[in-house]
Design a protein around this ligand. Structure first.
Ligand code: GDP
Ligand code: MG
Length: 199
């Protein structure tokens, strides 16, 4: 696909992680196809959707990957994370166990992003030193509290979400894949941040 004015093209890989049934697949289907499935089941294998948006007159495409049920078996593979430059880390505001899992997902992202993606071969031997210098600031990460339509059974306060996000240096947003609240905004904030990181 040739750009008419010969400008650069952008394709960013973004991953969506979080415990099972927090709404990852529905966030993606709401964003990519404006669809919601009340009875969605875990699918087999990895799936992704490609979505475009315009930033500063340029077409930026995001390839957004969805863990297909592997989260149940702690079996998300490094292939899933490989090359990703953005991540949505999702919990369900009505189930605190899914919020308690967030630090584990952040650790997982750190391992894959720092080690597999960002570390040049020659510094792998000096991993600790490298990690201290680079951390994972070049990966755009957003903490997402999904199912904010379930206010009547909320188990994680907005404050708790904000607090965690601040202490970990993440963007934060509450969303609802059911009623569409903030879904587009969340994905587009991450994509915009990636664009800012690379341009
Ligand atoms: P995943 O395992 O993280 O991919 O979660 P799914 O997208 O499969 O959703 C799990 C369940 O939560 C399904 O029954 C969805 O219909 C429901 N769900 C997903 N997002 C929302 C939401 O924003 N609000 C409500 N009320 N239910 C949701
Ligand atoms: Mg799913």
């Amino acid at each position: 696909e040739d750009d008419v004015d010969g400008g650069e093209e952008y394709l960013f890989k973004v991953v969506v992680v979080g415990d099972s049934a927090v709404g990852k697949s529905n966030l993606l289907s709401r964003y990519a196809r404006d669809e919601f499935n009340p009875h969605s089941k875990a699918t087999i294998g990895v799936e992704f959707q490609t979505q475009s948006m315009e930033i500063g007159g340029k077409e930026v495409r995001a390839q957004i990957w969805d863990t297909a049920g592997q989260e149940r078996f702690r079996a998300v593979t490094s292939a899933y994370y490989r090359g990703a430059v953005g991540a949505l880390i999702v919990y369900d505001i009505s189930r605190s166990t899914t919020f308690d899992s967030i630090p584990r997902w952040l650790d997982e992202l750190k391992i894959h992003f720092d080690y597999v993606i960002l570390m040049p071969r020659e510094v792998q031997a000096d991993y600790n030193n490298y990690h201290a210098v680079h951390s994972d600031t070049t990966v755009a990460r957003m903490l997402v509290g999904n199912k904010c339509d379930l206010e009547h059974i909320r188990a994680v306060s907005v404050e708790e979400g904000k607090c965690l996000a601040e202490s970990e240096g993440l963007f934060f947003m509450e969303t609802s894949a059911l009623d569409s609240t903030n879904v587009r905004t969340a994905f587009e904030m991450v994509i915009r941040e990636i664009y800012n990181n690379v341009s």
